[in-house]
Design a protein around this ligand. Structure first.
Ligand code: QAP
Ligand code: CO
Length: 171
């Protein structure tokens, strides 16, 4: 097991488009274990492979308080069931320390494959629906800050760039 380095905004690698997984291999299963370890360590509730610089369509998530509901989404696709939007405060392990209200589709159907290569379907509402949309955005090179005004996004970018400069100097 390993804790992986999480890329932070504005790292250009967060903009890469993830490729579908053709066959789920033992290497993928090991990567998924490391993604869970990395997410739980942070701690976070969702992590897309893009955030650890692996550009394949893999997401891990656990919305429980006690690590009891690990979910894996490989090659996820989304169908909107209810076009209504809901606003929720979002954060991101790749944008540490910043939280903003974002509007997302309220009710959707997810089709995905699990770590054993088995296809499944899941109806999502509330935090689950928000989180899967946030993580699927990562696979498409998109971040929640992209929904903010240029002014807000630039302010976040400058603050993180400054923190990165300080961290690099202290390394
Ligand atoms: C995405 O985000 C999400 O800023 C997952 O300093 C979040 O796990 C979807 C985290 C909220 C829907 C609602 C963020 C940890 C974790 C930080 C996360 C931080 C430490 C974010
Ligand atoms: Co994120």
């Amino acid at each position: 097991m390993a804790i992986l380095e999480i890329l932070e905004f504005p790292d250009p690698r967060l903009r890469k488009i993830a490729k579908p997984v053709e066959t789920v291999t033992d290497e993928h299963r090991q990567l998924i274990k490391d993604m869970f370890e990395t997410m739980y360590d942070a701690p976070g509730i969702g992590l897309a492979a893009t955030q650890i610089d692996v550009h394949e369509q893999i997401i891990v998530m656990d919305l429980s308080e006690d690590k009891s509901e690990p979910r894996v989404f490989i090659n996820p696709s989304l169908t909107i069931l209810e076009g209504n939007k809901e606003k929720m405060q979002e954060g991101c392990l790749s944008v540490p320390g910043f939280y903003e209200d974002i509007e997302r589709v309220e009710h959707c159907l997810i089709n995905a494959t699990d770590e054993n290569g088995k296809a499944y379907e899941l109806e999502a509402e509330g935090l689950l629906a928000v989180c899967i949309q946030h993580e699927m955005d990562h696979l498409n090179g998109k971040l929640f800050v992209d929904y903010l005004s240029n002014m807000k996004r630039d302010r976040i970018r400058k603050k993180l760039e400054k923190q990165h400069r300080i961290a690099a100097k202290n390394a």
